[in-house]
Design a protein around this ligand. Structure first.
Ligand code: MRU
Length: 368
């Protein structure tokens, strides 16, 4: 997607500089646009853990590149398979909820160990990461096309009135390598000339909605309005939302979805008001090995500091302010589970299906 006049992806590798991988450092948005070069396993771990990159698909991509950077590290020359297995476990410990990280690292390692020499293993790690990124981009493009049909249908019914789409967190191109998941259909509709408007939920405590989704929609010129997290129910009760579109960090084989904290409450409000609630995700976000989201998906708990403090711009400075009284306790659950019964459909790279075992099996029979 474009930033100003220039095309960007969130993470990229330049064959002329094989010692590094570059990312858009999302911590600085929307105030500053900064690129960070990652040159080691530790750099990629920190980038994931401290959310320089965030969003399930790009976390997976960053972890795949992390294994490549571990492979080229000369200190891993001896016992390379063991060193890379440790590197894989280290990367997986960075963030527990998004299954994409596990998928990327485990599948890459499975291929790397087949290499017969150090050079071959490095080549496999690099090609895996490159192919992984290409495949994820294609998946997001397809999600955009499938999701477009849903928005077109609503647009027809609204006969020229804007289609109001509510989203949560950031499931746009910043969360992926390009295009986005939940926002991919929005971009497809917008570029096709459909009148769309996005309600952007702020997404406390880190404000991915206010900071990232608003920024990327602005870059693309898509009309949007920011709301605080608690506003969604009111909007839905008053007919101001035509459709909810969110992403997923881990979807079970039975269609339960883990996504950013607050997604579940929006799904409840949508259900109560008969607003369709769609979850868009590439299959790299589906954990085919589990069924029950509430019992089987690990929920990340992050530092209390994210709740006690808020970051913002003051004149030319980005400052952090304390919100809570000294000594206050906070619980920072980062994700919640939306049960499949509250989900209208899932949108994947293979099409749209019910959020159920049968629905998912219909699109991905080889995984069952
Ligand atoms: O904690 P984050 O910002 O990594 O959480 C991201 C989300 O919850 C996204 O909605 C999810 O990864 C889907 S991304 C396309």
């Amino acid at each position: 997607m474009k930033v100003g006049d220039q095309e960007y992806q969130t993470i990229w590798f330049d064959n002329g500089h094989p010692e590094k991988v570059s990312i858009i450092d999302q911590r600085y948005l929307p105030f500053d646009f900064k690129i960070e070069d990652l040159t080691s396993l530790k750099d990629t771990y920190t980038a994931i853990k401290e959310m320089h990159v965030r969003g399930a698909p790009v976390i997976g991509a960053c972890a795949a590149w992390g294994l490549y950077l571990a492979a080229i590290d000369p200190t891993n020359y001896n016992e390379m398979d063991e060193a890379l297995t440790n590197a894989a476990n280290f990367l997986k410990s960075a963030r527990p909820t998004a299954v994409n990280l596990e998928h990327a690292v485990d599948n890459s390692l499975k291929e790397i160990v087949k290499g017969c020499s150090r050079e071959e293993k490095i080549q496999i790690a690099r090609e895996f990461a490159q192919d992984y990124c290409v495949a994820e981009i294609k998946s997001c493009q397809k999600i955009g096309q499938f999701g477009l049909s849903l928005i077109e249908e609503i647009a027809k019914q609204k006969a020229g009135e804007p289609v109001n789409i509510l989203t949560h967190c950031n499931a746009g191109w910043l969360a992926c390598i390009d295009y986005g998941t939940a926002l991919a259909p929005v971009y497809s509709a917008f570029y096709k000339g459909i009148d769309v408007h996005v309600w952007v939920s702020e997404t406390r405590p880190r404000n991915q909605g206010t900071r990232l989704t608003a920024w990327e929609l602005k870059q693309a010129g898509v009309p949007y309005t920011l709301i605080v997290d608690n506003t969604a129910g009111h909007l839905m009760q008053n007919g101001m939302v035509d459709v909810c579109l969110v992403g997923s960090d881990r979807t079970t084989a039975h269609g339960d979805v883990a996504n950013k904290i607050g997604t579940y409450l929006k799904a409840l409000a949508a259900n109560d008001n008969q607003v369709p609630f769609y979850v868009a995700m590439p299959s790299s976000s589906i954990d085919f090995s589990i069924k029950d989201g509430r019992k089987e998906i690990p929920i990340e708990e992050r530092d209390q500091r994210e709740i006690h403090h808020i970051e913002g711009q003051l004149e030319d400075w980005v400052v952090e302010l304390r919100l809570s009284p000294d000594g206050a306790k906070a619980a920072n659950y980062s994700f919640d589970i939306t049960p499949s019964r509250l989900i209208t459909k899932l949108i994947t790279e293979r099409g749209i299906c019910d959020a159920s075992e049968d629905g998912i099996k219909g699109l991905f029979p080889e995984k069952f």
